[in-house]
Write a protein that binds this ligand. Structure first.
Ligand code: ADP
Ligand code: NI
Length: 206
């Protein structure tokens, strides 16, 4: 079942240049299993949810078709009802969505996968992904005249610049980690991003 899921997900993410290519999925999966082992989570649910987590994201796809494709896939591989529900709960609520999903993710497995996804959004890789995303969706690198927005009210598709994303979301993630293991990894990555932004702004005004 895991092998078939890998195949399904590889096809879905093929050709992505927004920082959501299959290597993102592989990193999230590996980190989720690492955290999940320490936390004593159901590792089948963790691994399947990590693999599938971006296949229903409205940033990348049409959500309605995505959910029905996912159901068909679950039918095909014969995934049992309780595992299916557990995975769907995670996929539905793990996205940041400007904070609108805060508190809705209830399962340990969901918290584990969410931490792994958030860890891939920060640190050196998080920085790289942010600029890939900005390039892909036509945002510029930086404009000191455009301040960070409150993502709870802003439309995330409106034009912004890549540096704003650090303030709007990435710098907040360290304090939103669910697990102790996640928090430990987040610390170093957060510091690295802070140093990067400081240096970026220094060079900008030199
Ligand atoms: P989430 O579901 O929490 O949004 P994803 O795994 O789908 O998490 O990926 C989010 C990543 O996409 C961010 O960490 C960042 O790298 C990139 N991203 C999303 N929105 C923006 C944006 N407005 N500007 C730059 N990067 C963005
Ligand atoms: Ni992701």
């Amino acid at each position: 079942m895991i092998k078939e899921t890998e195949q399904y997900v590889k096809t879905f993410h093929q050709g992505d240049s927004s920082g959501h290519d299959y290597s993102h999925i592989e990193r999230v999966r590996r980190m989720a299993l690492k955290i999940g082992r320490t936390e004593g989570a159901d590792l089948l649910v963790v691994e399947m949810a990590a693999l599938l987590h971006d296949t229903v994201d409205d940033k990348l796809t049409d959500e309605v078709t995505a959910w029905s494709k996912l159901e068909n896939f679950f039918d095909k591989v014969g995934l049992e009802e309780d595992k299916r529900d557990a995975i769907k709960h995670i996929l539905k609520y793990m996205s940041f969505k400007g904070g609108e999903n805060a508190g809705k993710l209830e399962s340990l497995e969901g918290k584990v996968v969410q931490d792994a996804d958030r860890l891939d959004a920060i640190g050196a890789i998080g920085i790289a992904r942010t600029f890939m995303y900005a390039g892909k969706f036509g945002d510029i690198m930086y404009d000191s005249q455009i301040p960070p927005r409150d993502l709870a009210v802003a439309n995330y598709r409106e034009k912004t610049h890549a540096i704003n994303h650090f303030y709007e979301k990435l710098f907040k993630l360290k304090d939103l980690m669910n697990t102790e293991t996640g928090r430990q990894f987040a610390e170093e990555r957060h510091q690295f991003m802070a140093t990067f932004i400081e240096q970026f702004k220094k060079e900008w005004s030199e």
